[in-house]
Design a protein around this ligand. Sequence first.
Ligand SMILES: Cc1cc2nc3c(=O)[nH]c(=O)nc-3n(C[C@H](O)[C@H](O)[C@H](O)COP(=O)(O)O)c2cc1C
Length: 122
Amino acid sequence: MYNTAYTSAELSAYRKKVENHYADIFSAPAYIIVFTDSYEKYSHYNTHDGPLAAAYICLSAQALGYGSLYATESISDAAIRKIITIPVKYTFVCGIPIGIPVSWPEMPLKKRLEELTVYEHF
Ligand SMILES: Cc1cc2nc3c(=O)[nH]c(=O)nc-3n(C[C@H](O)[C@H](O)[C@H](O)COP(=O)(O)O)c2cc1C
């Protein structure tokens, strides 16, 4: 069911935004797709291990001068499984496009410690 509350101008603007998003993502020269092994001995840690591995891949890419993106929806499990054959025992974590960005986003202001710290009570 479509949400008819949007005007056609809003829909076109949104379509353009999505097109640009995918044009950016699919301009990357390399992709790393992260999976965890559900039959692995310590698979109960997979919900931690997979995202940790992905985060280290992104950090390593940045340290080497590359940009990356942690993508779970833009690059989805279903889409990846249509392209490459992956045994079902592997659980999708994310797709990581990697490349040299046209430009780097501006670094957001670092939050002050007081904004992030809670002592004993929230
Ligand atoms: C679990 C998770 C899944 C994400 N999936 C996507 C995605 O599919 N597509 C996307 O563009 N960004 C996705 N993001 C967001 C980006 O990885 C990134 O965090 C976001 O662009 C903010 O980056 P910035 O802080 O550098 O602006 C996801 C983030 C997380 C934590």
